[in-house]
Design a protein around this ligand. Sequence first.
Ligand SMILES: [Zn+2]
Length: 182
Amino acid sequence: MTTIPTDETYLASVIRFTMKSMTTKTPVPFGALIVETATGKPLIKALNAVAAENDPSSHAELRTVRKACKKLAKKGKGRSLKGYTMYSTCEPCAMCMANILWSGLDRVVYGATIDDANRHCNQIKIPAREVSTRSDMPCIVDGPLLRDEAYALFTHPNMLKVFEQWKSGPRTLKKAAKKGKA
Ligand SMILES: [Zn+2]
Protein backbone atom coordinates (compact mmCIF):
# COMPACT_ATOMS: atom_id res chain seq x y z
CA MET A 1 0.00 0.00 0.00
CA THR A 2 1.38 3.38 -0.91
CA THR A 3 0.71 6.23 1.45
CA ILE A 4 0.41 9.84 0.36
CA PRO A 5 3.15 11.99 1.91
CA THR A 6 1.99 14.49 4.53
CA ASP A 7 1.46 18.22 4.04
CA GLU A 8 4.72 18.79 5.93
CA THR A 9 6.64 16.59 3.46
CA TYR A 10 5.36 18.52 0.44
CA LEU A 11 5.87 21.90 2.07
CA ALA A 12 9.40 20.95 3.17
CA SER A 13 10.16 19.88 -0.40
CA VAL A 14 8.98 23.18 -1.92
CA ILE A 15 10.92 25.10 0.76
CA ARG A 16 14.09 23.15 -0.19
CA PHE A 17 13.40 23.80 -3.90
CA THR A 18 13.01 27.55 -3.20
CA MET A 19 16.08 27.63 -0.93
CA LYS A 20 18.19 26.52 -3.92
CA SER A 21 17.54 29.94 -5.50
CA MET A 22 19.55 31.59 -2.68
CA THR A 23 22.85 30.69 -4.35
CA THR A 24 21.72 31.91 -7.81
CA LYS A 25 21.78 35.47 -9.20
CA THR A 26 18.07 35.85 -8.50
CA PRO A 27 17.23 34.58 -4.98
CA VAL A 28 13.49 34.51 -4.23
CA PRO A 29 11.65 33.40 -1.08
CA PHE A 30 8.49 32.43 -2.99
CA GLY A 31 7.97 28.95 -4.46
CA ALA A 32 4.91 26.78 -5.10
CA LEU A 33 4.12 23.15 -5.90
CA ILE A 34 0.91 21.57 -7.19
CA VAL A 35 0.11 17.91 -6.48
CA GLU A 36 -2.86 15.70 -7.34
CA THR A 37 -5.05 15.68 -4.19
CA ALA A 38 -6.13 12.02 -4.34
CA THR A 39 -2.78 10.43 -5.20
CA GLY A 40 -0.30 13.05 -3.97
CA LYS A 41 1.45 12.85 -7.34
CA PRO A 42 3.43 16.07 -7.97
CA LEU A 43 2.35 17.92 -11.14
CA ILE A 44 4.49 21.06 -11.34
CA LYS A 45 6.51 23.52 -9.27
CA ALA A 46 7.78 27.03 -9.92
CA LEU A 47 9.46 30.03 -8.32
CA ASN A 48 8.58 33.70 -8.38
CA ALA A 49 10.00 35.16 -11.62
CA VAL A 50 8.88 38.81 -11.51
CA ALA A 51 12.46 40.04 -12.13
CA ALA A 52 13.44 37.29 -14.55
CA GLU A 53 10.31 37.74 -16.69
CA ASN A 54 9.81 41.49 -16.12
CA ASP A 55 6.24 40.62 -15.21
CA PRO A 56 4.65 41.88 -11.97
CA SER A 57 2.17 38.99 -12.13
CA SER A 58 4.88 36.30 -12.23
CA HIS A 59 4.35 35.27 -8.61
CA ALA A 60 5.21 31.65 -7.81
CA GLU A 61 1.59 30.58 -7.22
CA LEU A 62 0.30 32.21 -10.40
CA ARG A 63 3.12 30.75 -12.53
CA THR A 64 2.52 27.31 -11.05
CA VAL A 65 -1.19 27.49 -11.97
CA ARG A 66 -0.30 28.66 -15.51
CA LYS A 67 2.23 25.86 -15.99
CA ALA A 68 -0.11 23.24 -14.48
CA CYS A 69 -2.98 24.22 -16.81
CA LYS A 70 -0.67 24.13 -19.84
CA LYS A 71 0.61 20.70 -18.84
CA LEU A 72 -2.92 19.36 -18.30
CA ALA A 73 -4.17 20.92 -21.54
CA LYS A 74 -1.57 18.84 -23.44
CA LYS A 75 -3.22 15.78 -21.92
CA GLY A 76 -6.63 17.10 -22.99
CA LYS A 77 -7.76 17.76 -19.43
CA GLY A 78 -8.86 21.34 -19.87
CA ARG A 79 -8.16 24.27 -17.61
CA SER A 80 -9.58 23.26 -14.24
CA LEU A 81 -7.29 22.35 -11.36
CA LYS A 82 -10.11 20.71 -9.43
CA GLY A 83 -8.59 17.63 -7.84
CA TYR A 84 -5.28 19.37 -7.15
CA THR A 85 -3.66 20.92 -4.07
CA MET A 86 -1.08 23.71 -3.92
CA TYR A 87 1.79 24.03 -1.44
CA SER A 88 3.30 27.51 -1.23
CA THR A 89 6.23 28.80 0.81
CA CYS A 90 4.17 31.90 1.64
CA GLU A 91 0.49 32.74 2.11
CA PRO A 92 -0.85 33.65 -1.34
CA CYS A 93 -1.43 37.37 -2.01
CA ALA A 94 -4.88 38.58 -3.08
CA MET A 95 -3.92 38.30 -6.79
CA CYS A 96 -2.65 34.73 -6.43
CA MET A 97 -5.50 33.65 -4.14
CA ALA A 98 -8.02 34.97 -6.68
CA ASN A 99 -6.22 33.02 -9.39
CA ILE A 100 -6.21 29.89 -7.20
CA LEU A 101 -10.01 30.26 -6.80
CA TRP A 102 -10.58 30.79 -10.53
CA SER A 103 -8.43 27.72 -11.26
CA GLY A 104 -10.63 25.48 -9.08
CA LEU A 105 -7.80 24.14 -6.86
CA ASP A 106 -9.19 22.04 -3.95
CA ARG A 107 -6.83 23.39 -1.33
CA VAL A 108 -3.82 25.56 -0.67
CA VAL A 109 -1.33 24.97 2.16
CA TYR A 110 1.16 27.74 2.97
CA GLY A 111 4.29 28.20 5.12
CA ALA A 112 5.07 31.81 6.10
CA THR A 113 2.33 34.43 6.45
CA ILE A 114 1.72 37.67 4.53
CA ASP A 115 2.78 39.50 7.73
CA ASP A 116 6.09 37.56 7.75
CA ALA A 117 6.75 38.59 4.13
CA ASN A 118 5.67 42.16 4.87
CA ARG A 119 8.60 42.56 7.28
CA HIS A 120 10.84 42.47 4.19
CA CYS A 121 8.84 43.55 1.15
CA ASN A 122 5.61 45.25 0.08
CA GLN A 123 2.44 43.20 0.44
CA ILE A 124 -1.32 43.52 -0.06
CA LYS A 125 -2.58 42.91 3.45
CA ILE A 126 -5.67 40.81 2.77
CA PRO A 127 -5.52 37.30 4.30
CA ALA A 128 -5.84 34.45 1.75
CA ARG A 129 -8.68 32.98 3.83
CA GLU A 130 -10.67 36.19 3.50
CA VAL A 131 -10.35 36.19 -0.30
CA SER A 132 -11.48 32.54 -0.29
CA THR A 133 -14.48 32.97 2.05
CA ARG A 134 -15.72 35.98 0.06
CA SER A 135 -15.81 34.01 -3.21
CA ASP A 136 -18.30 31.53 -4.69
CA MET A 137 -15.56 28.99 -5.35
CA PRO A 138 -14.74 26.52 -2.58
CA CYS A 139 -11.07 26.23 -1.67
CA ILE A 140 -9.66 25.13 1.67
CA VAL A 141 -6.87 27.39 2.95
CA ASP A 142 -4.49 25.75 5.45
CA GLY A 143 -1.53 27.39 7.18
CA PRO A 144 0.75 28.62 8.48
CA LEU A 145 2.61 25.30 8.51
CA LEU A 146 6.42 24.88 8.92
CA ARG A 147 6.38 28.64 9.39
CA ASP A 148 9.93 28.89 10.83
CA GLU A 149 11.37 26.77 8.00
CA ALA A 150 9.54 28.87 5.39
CA TYR A 151 10.48 32.15 7.08
CA ALA A 152 14.16 31.11 6.92
CA LEU A 153 13.88 31.82 3.16
CA PHE A 154 13.18 35.49 3.97
CA THR A 155 16.09 35.82 6.41
CA HIS A 156 18.76 34.04 4.35
CA PRO A 157 21.74 36.48 4.07
CA ASN A 158 21.58 36.48 0.25
CA MET A 159 17.85 37.18 0.36
CA LEU A 160 18.32 40.06 2.82
CA LYS A 161 20.79 41.66 0.36
CA VAL A 162 18.25 41.33 -2.46
CA PHE A 163 15.48 42.87 -0.33
CA GLU A 164 17.76 45.92 0.11
CA GLN A 165 18.13 46.12 -3.68
CA TRP A 166 14.35 45.87 -4.12
CA LYS A 167 13.96 48.83 -1.77
CA SER A 168 16.55 50.95 -3.59
CA GLY A 169 15.57 49.66 -7.03
CA PRO A 170 13.37 52.51 -8.35
CA ARG A 171 15.88 55.16 -7.18
CA THR A 172 18.76 53.30 -8.81
CA LEU A 173 16.80 53.07 -12.06
CA LYS A 174 15.98 56.80 -11.94
CA LYS A 175 19.65 57.63 -11.47
CA ALA A 176 20.60 55.43 -14.40
CA ALA A 177 17.92 57.08 -16.54
CA LYS A 178 19.18 60.58 -15.67
CA LYS A 179 22.76 59.65 -16.52
CA GLY A 180 22.13 58.41 -19.98
CA LYS A 181 19.38 56.84 -21.92
CA ALA A 182 16.22 58.64 -20.77
ZN1 LIG B 1 1.01 36.55 -5.24
